[in-house]
Design a protein around this ligand. Structure first.
Ligand SMILES: [Zn+2]
Length: 451
């Protein structure tokens, strides 16, 4: 049992309950046993006590879009738009192997934990032929770091010779991609309550995947009861591609393929007209908002306040580290608020709405709103305790404002299912210096190979 006392608490429950000085109690079952105002009630004397003075407890953040392998291809194609960036990086990614993906994933996940993230998804869609399984490698990395993980078995089957963007050497045969995706579900997916690992099905994007693979992937996911993820409506170039190739917008194309529904979450959703927003809302389709990546690639600014007003579930994602080198989910709270306000003015998004995007919004994207995303009795004990009394935050009375508007807050304690992953702003499950060294080595090996 763990008892955190004397901390501010933002539960992000349906009522938005907050406590200036409160407590969170975590049971030995890895679930929240109590949360509320004032000190915790009588507890087992053997419980671990954590003094939360000067801290804010929130639900652990939920990362809804990432490509962890990109951790070792950061800093490249610095001035490119999406298509130019992809065509620069595809030839490098063609040399990935399982060891490189493991090093990249462990570094990326360790860094995410240090920014308050307790659950992350990952979208892996590069499977160079003849190499060990990169999906298994990133799953092993997630186990090592201790984050709750939702890897998406991605796929591409539309190479350049068939009108797609990726080189032919990087795409799979349609049937082979489907078989490998189902094999990944068989091997890794754990649907049980409190699961640390759930697999999703995730063909990559309209310009790298055939309509057949999109349709068959949706059928596979629904037959197996897993969720669907893909990139959609990220750039104006993608919209032009869809109009030229399919005679419709990306969201109309997704609808046509059976890809709208409450079991689908879409990365980006930047370029959406009013009918598209209405379609997402009517079908319960969720959006992973990636404001820093959208800014880095100059893709545009998503209509998050409009999506929220329409009732669309919206979560936050850091996106692949090669299009967003910072890779910190905590910092995306502020970036999401800034992006919304640059587009819609100072009332477009509040600090509390930004926190909700990063917690409950993410939980809804991943289909786990009943288990994570808020601090409520019975939910999984995925908790971030942020230090908001140091030099960077001192004097900001509102702890939620300190977290969202202030600089990235140090994580005093990060619990995943009650297990300590970060303490005193240090990773406790792995050696951060060793992760950095391995990532640097993997980067050098990969670039050497690509040369
Ligand atoms: Zn992405």
């Amino acid at each position: 049992m763990i008892v955190i006392d004397n901390c501010a608490v933002a539960t992000v429950d349906a009522a938005g309950s907050e406590h200036r000085a409160g407590h969170v109690v975590i049971g030995d079952d890895g679930r929240i046993a109590a949360v509320g105002a004032g000190p915790a009630g009588p507890v087992d004397p053997s419980a671990r006590r954590v003094d939360g003075t000067g801290c804010l407890a929130t639900p652990g953040l939920v990362n809804t879009h990432h490509h962890l392998y990109q951790w070792v291809t950061r800093g490249l194609a610095q001035q490119s738009d999406l298509f130019g960036w992809l065509t620069t990086l595809y030839p490098v990614w063609a040399h990935l192997d399982a060891d490189i993906v493991h090093a990249a994933s462990a570094a990326g996940l360790g860094w995410l934990a240090l920014s308050g993230c307790t659950t992350s998804t990952d979208h892996h869609y590069v499977f160079p032929p003849g190499r060990d399984d990169p999906l298994a490698a990133e799953i092993e990395a997630a186990r090592r770091i201790g984050l709750r993980f939702q890897p998406c078995r991605g796929s591409m089957d539309l190479g350049r010779s068939a009108g797609g963007l990726p080189p032919d050497s990087l795409v799979e045969e349609t049937e082979a991609a489907l078989l490998a995706t189902e094999a990944a579900i068989d091997r890794h997916h754990d649907p049980s309550p409190g699961s640390m690992l759930r697999v999703s099905v995730a063909p990559c994007s309209p310009f790298s995947v055939t309509g057949t693979l999109m349709r068959e992937s949706a059928a596979l996911a629904r037959r197996r009861g897993v969720r669907l993820h893909t990139h959609l409506a990220e750039t104006v170039e993608e919209e032009e591609y869809c109009r030229a190739t399919h005679g419709c917008t990306p969201v109309e194309y997704a609808e046509h393929l059976g890809w709208l529904g409450d079991d689908v979450w879409l990365a980006h959703g930047v370029h959406l007209d009013d009918p598209a927003v209405a379609k997402l809302a009517a079908t319960g389709t969720a959006v992973a908002h990636c404001p820093s990546s959208n800014a880095r690639l100059g893709a545009g600014t998503a209509r998050v306040p409009d999506l929220l007003a329409a009732g669309v579930p919206v979560g936050l994602g850091v996106d692949g580290a090669a299009s967003q080198e910072a890779g910190q989910l905590g910092a995306e709270l502020r970036q999401a608020l800034y992006a919304a306000r640059l587009r819609g003015g100072p009332a477009a998004l509040t600090a509390r709405q930004a926190l909700a995007l990063g917690t409950m919004g993410g939980a809804r994207c991943l289909g786990r709103a009943d288990e994570i995303g808020s601090l409520e009795v019975g939910k999984l004990a995925d908790v971030a305790l942020w230090r908001v009394d140091g030099l960077g935050h001192a004097g900001i009375d509102d702890p939620v404002a300190a977290l969202v508007l202030g600089p990235p807050a140090p994580v005093a304690l990060l619990l995943v299912g009650g297990r300590t992953v970060v303490e005193d702003a240090e990773l406790r499950t792995a050696d951060a210096d060793a992760l950095a060294l391995a990532a640097t080595g993997a980067h050098r090996r990969l670039l050497e190979r690509a040369r």
